[in-house]
Design a protein around this ligand. Structure first.
Ligand code: SF4
Length: 298
């Protein structure tokens, strides 16, 4: 390569040159027809009508008809696209596992209950001390919720969490012989356990793919990647279960959660480092080589 022609590299932080969101430009001709005919139409390319500034972002200019054709054929749920997303996540997070420290199903259940509205880092600071103090589920069942509150106070919402943990312990002891149940229905019968917690325990400890964990990271990233348009966790899970192969449900959950912590963070996602960048049309990307879809919002 001749001297002085080295392409500029993408910035690793902040919004990049060339990442422009098309605003307000009305669709014309064939584009307008497609927009009226398809719910996915109306998405404007990120650099529509503008030449990207940074060399690395240079793209072949497309005619209006070509752009309209791309819009009309784009299917965010196409099996090949979903397969590529899964492959990208596998590449980013090989050998992924649950970030919550645990040694058995009961400890994982408690840690997951404590992780609501709290970081895994904080939970992992609390649980070793907690399980040293109360090593068995019977120890927890013998407590009054108020006795547990000081030990879990730093995880937030400690009064409700204390009631849930002690209530779950009592039911595990009285109804399930001291063993954490292994079915969705039975897990959901425990106080403080909803589908998210049940999916974590079933998938991570019992290796049963009964559902997909939908937390704040999975919600945000699934919407950015246009894998769902829903906002409700149960509906998001239903959408994802339709397109992710069942044997990948648990790994997919953990990979997306890690992705949400490491790269696809809530504010200022690190798109220049993301293996999914070419597949992602999120409206709030910080760097893009592909069209931006205004509807692809977290
Ligand atoms: S490209 Fe950016 S917004 Fe899209 S998945 Fe990657 S980090 Fe998230």
């Amino acid at each position: 390569m001749p001297r002085g022609t080295m392409p500029r590299q993408p910035s690793r932080s902040g919004r990049q040159e060339g990442a422009r969101r098309a605003k307000g430009a009305p669709l014309k001709g064939a584009q307008a027809k497609n927009a009226a005919a398809r719910p996915t139409a109306g998405r404007a390319p990120v650099n529509a009508g503008k030449a990207p500034k940074a060399g690395v972002l240079k793209r072949k200019s497309v005619s209006g008809a070509e752009a309209a054709s791309r819009v009309s054929t784009y299917d965010p749920l196409a099996p090949e696209r979903v397969r590529q997303i899964i492959a990208g996540l596998d590449q980013l997070y090989p050998d992924v596992t649950c970030a919550l420290t645990h040694r058995n199903a009961w400890e994982l259940l408690v840690a997951t209950i404590l992780s609501a509205q709290c970081t895994d880092v904080r939970v992992n600071m609390v649980t070793p001390v907690l399980f040293e103090k109360y090593p068995t589920v019977q120890d927890f069942a013998a407590l009054e919720p108020e006795q547990l509150e000081p030990d879990i106070r730093s995880t937030g919402f400690f009064r409700n969490k204390s009631k849930s943990v002690v209530g779950a312990a009592r039911k595990v002891v009285t109804d399930f012989g001291g063993n954490v149940p292994q079915t969705m229905e039975e897990l959901l019968s425990l106080p403080g356990v909803a589908r998210k917690t049940a999916n974590v325990v079933l998938g991570t400890w019992f290796k049963k793919n009964e559902g997909i964990v939908v937390d704040t990271h999975v919600t945000r990233i699934s919407r950015r990647l246009e894998l769902t348009k829903q906002e409700d966790a149960k509906k998001i899970e239903e959408d994802l279960m339709q397109i992710i192969p069942r044997q990948r449900w648990t790994d997919f959950s953990h990979e997306v959660i890690w992705h949400g912590r490491k790269l696809c963070v809530a504010r200022g996602p690190k798109c220049a480092d993301c293996a999914l960048e070419k597949l992602c049309h999120a409206a709030d990307k910080t760097w893009s080589t592909v069209e931006i879809h205004p509807e692809a919002r977290p």
